[in-house]
Write a protein that binds this ligand. Sequence first.
Ligand code: NAP
Length: 462
Amino acid sequence: MKFRTFSLLKRFSTIPKISPKICVVGSGPAGFYAAQYMANRLETAQIDIIERLPVPFGLVRFGVAPDHANLKNCINTFSKTAQLKNVRFMGNITLGRDVTLKQLKEAYHVVLLTYGVDDSRKLNIKGSDLRNIFQAKDFVGWYNGVPWNRDLTVDLSDTTATIFGHGNVAIDVARLLLSPIDKLKSTDITEHSLATFAQSRIKEVNLIGRRGPLQVSFTTKELRELLNLQNCCTVWRPEDMQDVPELVPKLVKPRKRLTELMVDQFQKRQTPKLDEKQLKMIFLRSAKEFGGSLKVESVKLQINRLEGDDLLEKKAVPTEREETIASSLVVASIGYKSVQADNDIPFNSQLGVVENKYGKVDNGLYTAGWVAKGASGVLLHTMEHAFGVASVILKDLELEGVKQTKPGFDFVRKLLDERNVQVVTWEDWLKIDEYEKNEGKKLNKPREKIVDIEQMLKIAAT
Ligand code: NAP
């Protein structure tokens, strides 16, 4: 989806007489970037960011890998936005449970849905209910402190793990499984998962994609970091890389650089030493069936071939051939999806996105970020998308004007009071933040995330 323009207006030219009340649902990157854009250009607007959890930042807190601390620097910008005089953060409010979309539309002139992704694409094959098979979203949530993933029973006591998907989330999971424990200790990884990683006996990680080296979704920097892991040897299979070197000259950047890296590493490959961990890069394989009695023990793979004229868009077509590999842990990392948070949201269940055109859903209703366009792109893309939708909102407000006053959060607060919902303000979050940082200090970590919602609420109420 492309916006006709990202800078429809730099500053609001006609100040509306009635101050617009805007509700942003979700405090991840899309929500904060959109709020920042609107707050700076329309100072008369009141922008309320509501969030289901008592803590802000969505996927920046719960998705970015713990050893990628620099990717979390945007939190500084988001914190400045939250403290602007026309912006408020209000956590612990769930759309569809504590307040409906209809009620939000009654309270606000504009509702912007930026609540991200809460579901995964699934493999749905025989044996999927065996123990130690996870969706990447849950596995990542477990080590990143998502409250409802805290009790995931992850067993790393055997030697072989398999990850399906060739995207950057799969790379994150592979890196965490293969990293020396000392590299993780000083990150904000949750202590309960760190204890499991510290006992890990995983020696071999199969990173399996259904298509070939030219169709992977991961990016050069992320792959290079994985390939450079200390005490880990990457194993490439010659049949996967057969025609790839000759195709490199036909490619353009960034695909060219990524493929050059793979070819270079393939050509320099060495036999793993006995004490080394192994990353096995496997292409043209799809999961067909998981085997095991209670816990997963093996994976039957369908061998694919590629079909189609466009080199980068070739499709995986199953052949008659299969193979079975041993694996005691499986992580399916084949993409995230969003959910319909409220029955009144026009939602495309197949794509897992809110129906929209350039971010507009309906009069006064908009959407931005992954819930609007699907789960792809790095933070910069989310920022551009959020800015784009925010500029559409401001333009619509300017063209249509604000005709009647609306009660804004006063209306919502009454509903929440009736339901006894404790609202977590920005000041309350700062108390949780300080607590987590202090707990982290004791362990030489930047923070120890609280993974219990009740505990978050207790600290917020002090
Ligand atoms: P992704 O980049 O879309 O990768 C999904 C992978 O799953 C692809 O290899 C895809 O293969 C495969 N797949 C999809 N459906 C499948 C199926 N039914 N069976 C087998 N394989 C299937 O998604 P992601 O890894 O979840 O990442 C989401 C976004 O976050 C990406 O834009 C990523 O770059 C970003 N991210 C960035 C970072 C970072 O910057 N460090 C870290 C994490 C995530 P096909 O291509 O064949 O469909």
